[in-house]
Design a protein around this ligand. Structure first.
Ligand code: C2E
Ligand code: MG
Ligand code: MG
Length: 645
């Protein structure tokens, strides 16, 4: 009788692994499923190996139980010889080259020939006795062709090595190592068992390999998203990168829950997570209904990605439409009724986006790009619109503008109600792109803030405004100072004070010639840095205005603690002044700010009626299209000369 302890140890290892897979739900996704199948095969082989070991030992083989003994052996041989095939499929899937090997029918057929031979040998064994047989004393004997099974199995493992080595750039070192352990461990245990037939270590070796792979490759925290129960963001990046590197043709269906931020607040964290789980399972269900082989990922912030190799666009569109329709119905999470607002965009790779970075960038701009339509849209449908192109190329457009100095400064006159003349202007940046024409600062400033290009733009603005002022006859124009917008990112620059003062110095201007504008949000960016910058600049005589007052969250304590001389009431106040409630707010805001000794500038005044109402309230400054739109330098000078005399 063989020493069965190794088989028993193997079973213990496999049992613990199976438990951990079930607990960690590591059976989602193709690679995970193949790993589970591989474990199952090894488990069956181990159990049958153990049972076979009992016969001839604890159980005496006789004519009565010979059939059972033979059936055990057949099951053993079948599961044992299927394992290397599942293993190679696992390697192919994990490496991300499934589309190269498995979808190629010819390659697939060719690779299954050896496995077919193994199965044929096993299934015909009752007649041929080539694999094993029992002699007249019911002793188990290996047949002459049993070595063929070993050769074929080793052949598959060597082929797996070839694939791993060929695509090693797709696997990190530790993962490659874990996958490669299969060959040496198998060879070692097979040889050991051949030399010492009583030592049943073969299955123990397989269990150890599975343990190594499971520890290093099957990392739940890397593969699964614990909130949504589908695959993780990291896993999606890995899959997409591998797909591009191996020139796979694939499609990504992005599904975004537009109102996810609101829902998180409304539902609370627990219910929101439950909702994500339900969305994840609804998406998976939809893919199954449409018989679409796909991997579902959660990319955070309410966005899911369904990655599929499916070629038929009609199936993908139909599945996506059904998915949106299904999800946009009233939704109930733990007795809370709610409604999702889902949008969907289908991206063909490589036709629409041909690189890994492109997909990652696209993901980050997805919410801006999605249309209002509650049906699945193809990226190719919107990709040709100028709006989409501009948004996706904005960083390049900005970089080009910086490099070729394409920015221009426009000046919008500001009327002083006490002096009854135009005493200042707000400097507003303009970008005319060769391809897209006028690009609104409302669009490119936030993009520049996100990319960091705002620092160069900010430097340009300060320099350009100072240069303009140094060339003007300020007294003749009646221009006392110019307001310059500062972004949040600029307010926290460590060398802001130096930059502003040295630029003023360069153009021989006194600090009272500029007034820096910042918003409430910018003032709150990094309070200690903002405080320090503002204080130091204020000490040098530079004044500040608080821009867009009323649009951010007004931390009134903070507003009064900072040295703002002017508070600019946002256009939204002006737009709603006919609402009696709003007018009460406006009147009291003006009174409050006056009592705080702040001057008030009203932005966005377009009509005489508006002008008069705010002048009657005692607002000090007025800016808006009623007087003038922002003007290029030359026209602005003309405007000032004409209107101040
Ligand atoms: P902002 O600082 O609040 O500038 C006022 C915006 O309102 C300007 O838009 C101006 O053209 C517009 N405006 C002025 N009067 C009226 C009016 O009567 N009616 C209407 N409908 N609009 C009026 P613009 O130039 O498109 O700038 C948008 C925003 O972009 C600015 O808002 C500012 O936040 C940012 N921005 C513009 N130039 C710069 C700059 O040089 N640096 C930085 N950091 N931001 C800038
Ligand atoms: Mg402004
Ligand atoms: Mg403003």
């Amino acid at each position: 009788m063989g020493i069965l302890n190794f088989d028993i140890c193997a079973l213990v290892i496999l049992f613990i692994l199976a438990l951990s897979i079930v607990v960690r739900k590591l059976y989602i996704g193709r690679s995970n499923r193949l790993f589970c199948i591989m474990m199952l095969c090894i488990f069956i082989s181990t159990v049958t190996d153990l049972l076979a070991g009992l016969y001839g030992g604890a159980i005496t083989v006789s004519e009565d139980n010979l059939v059972i003994r033979a059936v055990i052996d057949y099951i053993y041989f079948l599961s044992r010889n299927i394992t290397p095939v599942v293993y190679i499929l696992y390697v192919v899937s994990y490496t991300g080259v499934w589309h190269i090997y498995v979808t190629d029918r010819k390659k697939c057929l060719f690779c299954s020939i050896p496995c077919g031979i193994s199965l044929l040998l096993i299934l015909t064994n009752p007649f041929t006795r080539l694999i094993f047989y029992f002699d007249e004393f019911f002793n188990y004997k290996r047949g002459v062709a049993s070595v063929v099974l070993y050769i074929i199995a080793i052949g598959y493992i060597i082929a797996s090595w070839r694939i791993m080595l060929k695509y090693r750039r797709l696997l990190s070192g530790d993962k490659l190592f874990a996958l490669m352990t299969q060959l040496p461990v198998s060879l070692f245990t097979v040889v050991l068992q051949l030399v010492f037939p009583d030592l049943l270590v073969e299955m123990f070796g397989s269990a150890v390999v599975v343990l190594i792979i499971s520890t290093i490759l099957q990392r739940g925290e890397e593969m699964l998203d614990p909130l949504s129960g589908v695959q993780s963001y990291g896993a999606s990046l890995d899959a997409i990168r591998k797909s591009f590197e191996t020139q796979r043709t694939f499609r990504i269906v992005f599904l975004t829950v537009i109102n996810s931020t609101v829902l998180r607040t409304y539902l609370g964290m627990d219910r929101f997570n439950q909702m994500l789980k339900e969305i994840g399972s609804k998406i998976t269900h939809c893919c199954t209904v449409y018989k679409m082989q796909a991997d579902v990922y959660y990319l955070q912030n309410g966005t899911f990605a369904i990655v599929t190799g499916e070629d038929d666009m009609e199936t993908i569109t139909a599945m996506s439409d059904a998915m949106i329709e299904n999800l946009n119905r009233p939704f109930e999470v733990q007795h809370f009724k709610t409604e999702l607002d889902c949008r969907c965009c289908i991206v063909r790779c490589p036709e629409d986006i041909d690189g890994y970075e492109g997909v990652v960038n696209f993901e980050s701009t997805l919410n801006n790009i999605l249309s209002d339509e509650k049906r699945a849209v193809m990226l190719s449908e919107i990709v040709n619109s100028d709006d989409f192109k501009l948004k996706s190329e904005l960083d390049d457009v900005i970089a080009d503008a910086i490099q070729k100095k394409k920015f221009q400064m426009y000046y919008q006159p500001i009327y002083d109600a006490r002096k009854m003349k135009f005493v200042s202007a707000e400097a507003l940046i303009r970008l005319i792109d060769d391809k897209y024409g006028f690009v609104s600062p409302g669009l490119f400033i936030p993009a520049a803030e996100a990319s960091g290009a705002i620092h160069q733009i900010g430097d340009y603005v300060i320099d350009a405004v100072c240069e303009f002022m140094s060339k003007c006859d300020l007294d003749k124009m009646g221009l006392e100072y110019i307001e310059i917008n500062l972004s949040a990112a600029q307010c926290v620059e460590t060398d802001l004070v130096f930059k502003v003062l040295s630029t003023l110095d360069k153009y021989k201007l006194t600090p009272d010639k500029i007034n820096l504008e910042m918003t409430e949000t910018a003032a709150d960016a990094d309070p200690s840095m903002v405080d320090s910058n503002l204080k130091r600049l204020n000490e040098k005589g530079i004044r500040f205005s608080l821009d867009d007052y009323g649009t951010g969250y007004s931390n009134i304590k903070r507003v009064i603690s900072l040295p703002f001389d002017i508070v600019k009431l946002d256009k939204s106040f002006v737009d709603e002044m006919d609402d009696p409630q709003m007018w009460i707010v406006i009147k009291n805001t003006v009174n409050m700010l006056h009592e705080m000794k702040k001057d008030i500038l009203v932005e966005g005044v377009e009509e005489e009626k508006t002008l008069n109402r705010f002048l009657n309230l005692g607002c000090e400054y007025i800016q808006g299209f009623y007087f003038s739109k922002p003007l290029p330098a030359r026209e602005f000078i003309k405007f000032m000369l004409e209107n101040n005399h």
